[in-house]
Write a new protein. Structure first.
Length: 382
């Protein structure tokens, strides 16, 4: 850090020193400076307690307890010249203790702080004003897992910073501020610098951490989903047995559908299982949109006969905005839910047996037409 000398149009280096060399103490000085001017941490904070010891069955004390503009608790731990090795663990313990504090607990803690320090005032009124609320009933404090941690020290050990950077990947709200005293003659200056996450990269790091955790959670969810799907398909295929021979050689999978040929290329029968429905369908996609619609229209022209043979209504989806088309029957329900699985499975097996029977002759006629068309085209090319 340098001081600008306007008279000589130059800069003069300031001398960095330790707090100990300057005779400053953690609680008597650094803690008081933060308590009196919490905005030095780059935001509006309301200090609601110093030396907070309201933890059950422990004599531990948190340096400063504050509230931010969102009503989240902010735990501030000061370590003067060196953080030591255990500051991260210590702060996490404090955060876990404070996570259970209710709105009334916080109001009481703040009121005690106001009374003890001679500042006076009503805690409710100050909280309402600080949070820009209409009245105390609208104030929300310490909601869910919103607790924040701020660590302040002149020096952060590598084991501390590496742990904190790792914790940020789990959406933990931790900031580290390096405080450095500088001296020039009889004047002493204090530099407060956010080093983790750096101020410019804070939003990016928070977003990246959220993305990383989302990916971890998604991977865990996918693992569960794959296991449940494989289990569902194994049970369904065992129950199908010889009833529907075209699925006899199909193996259980982790995909949401099981596919078997219908005798017409690109027009398979499918079982589909999701958390919203169990379905049987004929999926029409031979790679050519016009041909797909032609096949669908041919089948739909026989709708009455097909649904009569099926002994129930079917859903006909031409899907004009897509290349493929679909005919289906489905039942709402969660195929992952043990309580619903048996009913969904029974519906799907029964529906597929009737569906296959109802479409057997129409598909045979389509296959014959397509073969004749292909033979004519082949003959014409010779």
């Amino acid at each position: 850090m340098f001081r600008i000398n306007k008279d000589e149009n130059s800069i003069e280096p300031l001398t960095s020193q330790t707090f100990a060399e300057l005779g400053f103490r953690e609680r008597q000085h650094l803690q008081e400076w933060i308590a009196k001017v919490p905005s030095c941490l780059g935001e509006d904070l309301l200090i609601i307690q110093k030396e907070f010891a309201g933890f059950s069955d422990t004599n531990e004390r948190l340096d400063l307890l504050a509230i931010d503009k969102e009503g989240s608790l902010v735990l501030i731990e000061n370590k003067l010249d060196d953080t030591g090795r255990d500051v991260t663990w210590q702060a996490l313990k404090y955060a876990s203790y404070c996570s259970s504090l209710s709105k009334d607990n916080i109001r009481s803690i703040f009121q005690e702080y106001l009374d003890r320090n001679g500042a006076g005032g009503d805690a409710k009124k100050i909280l309402v004003e600080f949070l820009d609320a209409e009245d105390y009933e609208e104030v929300t404090l310490n909601k869910g897992l919103t607790q924040r941690i701020i660590l302040i020290a002149a020096n952060f050990r590598k084991e501390v910073t590496s742990t904190i950077v790792w914790l940020l990947n789990f959406r933990m709200r931790i900031q580290c501020f390096r405080v450095t005293p500088w001296r020039s003659g009889s004047d002493v200056f204090l530099d407060v610098d956010q080093i983790i996450p750096t101020k410019d990269a804070e939003a990016y790091m928070i977003g990246l951490a959220a993305k990383s955790l989302d990916e971890v959670e998604a991977a865990a969810e996918e693992k569960v989903r794959n296991r449940e799907r494989r289990k569902f398909w194994a049970e369904l295929l065992e129950a199908v047995g010889p009833k529907i021979s075209r699925f006899a050689n199909i193996s259980p999978s982790t995909t949401p559908d099981l596919v078997a040929g219908s005798g017409v290329r690109g027009v398979p029968f499918k079982f589909v299982a999701t958390r919203s429905y169990g379905r049987v369908e004929l999926y029409i996609d031979r790679g050519d949109g016009a041909e797909n619609k032609e096949i669908f229209d041919e089948l739909q022209s026989q709708r009455s006969a097909i649904e009569g043979s099926f002994k129930g209504p079917l859903t006909w989806e031409r899907l004009d905005d897509k290349r493929a088309s679909r005919i289906k029957a489905e039942m709402a329900g969660d195929t992952f839910d043990d309580a619903q699985r048996a009913a969904l499975m029974s519906f799907m097996i029964d529906a597929m047996a009737r569906f296959e029977s109802a479409l057997k002759e129409p598909l045979a006629r389509i296959q014959a037409r397509l073969r004749a068309k292909s033979a004519v085209e082949e003959q014409g090319s010779q």
